[in-house]
Design a protein around this ligand. Structure first.
Ligand code: IPE
Ligand code: IPE
Ligand code: MG
Length: 246
């Protein structure tokens, strides 16, 4: 959990819900697919901006565990886009020292996509630039349930004791375990909800919601969010007087 004595006004980890692709397309009388394509481009551009502004960690929600409920055609299209984006961009990301990681249940993805994801992680594992986590078939409840199951299994095999389970160990059993919790959460597209994103990890994150639709979210909008963050006072339960005198 964050420590108010240890904060800077610059976020070290930003978690984004890239929402509004469908509405962006609708506004232009285009098929939803066009919105998703524009969304991929927007992410690519934003990653460049994050690299040049030296952000350590970016976590982007690409596909939620609930998005399987969409029409089959849209799900297939999203998988294809994901695959193409990886094929086209991994080399370049690698060149820019980006460390790519995927969080979420990947067993349900097509085999070829899974192999591409694995290969991208292996290729970029040693990179020390931006850590880019892509949440794909991710759900916060899935993440928490999976951690519970893992810990229960370890208790069963006596690898740990029941009394070993505390917030720290639990947090380390989740996805993103070895990464700092997000400082700033950004959701585009005008909805003020978390939609089963990083439920545990967002406990003390500053939440920023914007009407801007994801394909229109550019470097300027990103800087706006980061500047908004710089004005927050993170208290982590303390009073402002305590924080100010620290
Ligand atoms: C976000 O855009 C992309 C994914 C969920 C994959 P949407 O497709 O949800 O766009 P809207 O909310 O319909 O506008
Ligand atoms: C959240 O967006 C998931 C992603 C952006 C990948 P949704 O558009 O699926 O969220 P809800 O269903 O409107 O809450
Ligand atoms: Mg949406």
């Amino acid at each position: 959990m964050g420590d108010p004595d240890n904060q800077t006004s610059i976020p070290q980890h930003i978690a984004i819900i890239m929402d509004g692709n469908g509405r962006w397309a609708k506004e232009r009388s285009l098929p939803r697919a066009a919105g998703h394509k524009a969304g991929v481009k927007a992410l690519r551009k934003l990653v460049e901006h994050c690299i040049s502004s030296k952000l350590p960690t970016l976590t982007a929600f690409a596909f939620s565990s609930e998005n399987w409920r969409r029409p089959e055609r849209e799900v297939t299209l999203l998988m294809e886009l994901f695959m193409t984006a990886l094929d086209e961009q991994v080399k370049d990301l690698h060149k820019h020292e980006v460390q790519l990681r995927f969080i979420g249940e990947r067993e349900t993805f097509p085999g070829q996509l899974r192999s591409t994801m694995d290969a991208a992680e292996i290729l970029t594992a040693g990179n020390r630039g931006l850590t880019l986590n892509i949440a794909a078939n991710y759900g916060g409840r899935w993440d928490i349930t999976r951690a519970c199951r893992q810990l229960a299994e370890q208790v069963k095999t006596a690898a740990i004791m029941l009394s070993d389970i505390d917030e720290d160990l639990f947090g380390r059993s989740l996805c993103l375990s070895n990464q700092p919790e997000p400082d700033l959460f950004i959701r585009t597209g005008g909805e003020s909800r978390i939609s089963n994103y990083l439920l545990w990890q967002l406990a003390y994150t500053e939440l920023y919601f914007t009407e801007v639709l994801w394909p229109d979210f550019d470097a300027e909008e990103y800087d706006r969010a980061v500047n908004w963050y710089a004005e927050r006072q993170r208290r982590f339960g303390r009073t402002s007087e305590q924080v100010e005198s620290a």
